[in-house]
Design a protein around this ligand. Structure first.
Ligand code: SF4
Ligand code: SF4
Length: 150
């Protein structure tokens, strides 16, 4: 089980098997799988987990969008904090939601970047969001094609 953030509203959920349990919902009943996870406490770190953490650390260092949103608004209406992280979202969350028509249209806006530099000038991490998003968009198109063919 993993704790995930999902949907446009960035809701918090527990990803159990092939389901996401919405932890923001009003229903106070904790699902059995989640209760067992909480009761078990944090797992001891073994070598495989440490290797995974190191892999993620390297992936997330450098050109990594922190989704802070300081780059907004974008005159081309690009969802920069999401688009600039799309490669990670596809691989760390249930990816199906990002292959919707709505998301394809949102990602296609990356091609409409007006090179106004607003995002570059306001990113506190000195990222180059248009360049990062172009890379993410290429990856996104490959990911979509792969899922459609498989
Ligand atoms: S440079 Fe492109 S992505 Fe950045 S704010 Fe301007 S239009 Fe949007
Ligand atoms: S591109 Fe920079 S300013 Fe925009 S959300 Fe990512 S880290 Fe924040």
């Amino acid at each position: 089980m993993r704790i995930v953030v999902f949907g446009d509203e960035r809701r918090v959920g527990a990803w159990i098997g092939d389901q996401i349990v919405d932890l923001n919902r009003a229903d106070p009943v904790i699902p059995a799988g989640l209760e067992a996870f909480i009761s078990a406490g944090p797992p001891a770190l073994d070598a495989a987990m440490r290797a995974e953490i190191e892999k993620m650390r390297l992936e997330l260092a450098g050109d990594f969008c922190r989704a802070c949103g300081y780059c907004l608004p974008c005159p081309a209406n690009i969802s920069i904090p999401m688009a600039a992280r799309m490669g990670y979202l596809l691989r760390r969350m249930p990816w199906q939601q990002f292959l919707s028509k709505e998301w394809r249209e949102k990602m296609a806006l990356i091609d409409q970047c007006q090179s106004c530099d607003h995002c570059r000038e306001h990113c506190p991490y000195q990222l180059d969001p248009p360049k990062l998003m172009r890379k993410m968009y290429e990856d996104y198109k490959s990911f979509c094609a792969e899922k459609e063919s498989g």
